[in-house]
Design a protein around this ligand. Sequence first.
Ligand code: ATP
Length: 287
Amino acid sequence: MDSIWINAPAKINIGLDVLRRREDGYHEVKMIMQSIRLFDRLTLTKTSEPGIQLHTNLRFLPVNEDNLVYRSAKLLMDEFGIQEGVDIRLDKRIPVAAGMAGGSTDAASCMLAMNDLFELGLSKRSLMKRGVTLGADIPYCILKGTALSEGIGEKLSTIPETPDCYVLIAKPSFHVSTKFVYTNLVLDEHTEHPDIDGMIQSMKKNDLTGLCQQMANILETVTIPAHPEIADIKRCMMENGALGSLMSGSGPTVFGIFDDLDKAAFAKEKCRSLPYKCFVFVTDLYR
Ligand code: ATP
């Protein structure tokens, strides 16, 4: 085998809580992660010339060590002393810096593909151990599906699946700095924390409506006051048939959960006609 391709799914956060700020500056989180059918595509081809060649359809993305794909390929090439080279084509469809773990899922998929292409024989668990050295979300992106993520994001456990549904994604064109959001997050005795365990209970009962009523993301308390458009998009989804709507990660992506494809498509058009530019997309869960 000289060439291999792999789809790298985006994620949304069905629930996101930050428990505390650690002494080392990291945050302890409790998040429900869910993969969706919105993919980047990576194609890896062995080359006789040594080294890593990375190409992407997005001109503004780095193609050197600043790209997580490059770094994840290099990590395995160095450790296993791979003498041949690899050409990596990265076709991005997941919006960049959107709270959908685009870079992390690319890195995770690159590691999975390198493992197969160069027959490294590593288990998922050992890839996850290596992945976390590059980013806290990479282990989850190797695992995929529905998971509870704790610690700094590296402690993963399986939880009941999110009930079947349609997902409307709306990504406004402005950028949100993750650093800004975490720096400005206030955690004190007045902070209302999302009920992540309650959400898991609803998932156990396959209760989509109950789950949607509980969905919450503590980072909205910072991102929404800075970007009130996010509240508008959520409102637009809720007024047009969503069972629930939430910001994903630190934003600015907003998603809506629907039990009916036509309703999701209708709400998509409504979100498209909001007065600011939004990338809108209807999809479903990736199991
Ligand atoms: P998260 O949800 O994990 O916070 P995100 O979806 O908000 O991540 P990314 O799309 O991963 O953010 O991009 C964040 C930054 O990482 C970008 O500014 C980009 O330059 C850099 N980056 C490095 N590698 C990649 C990649 N393969 N795809 C996208 N961005 C990348």
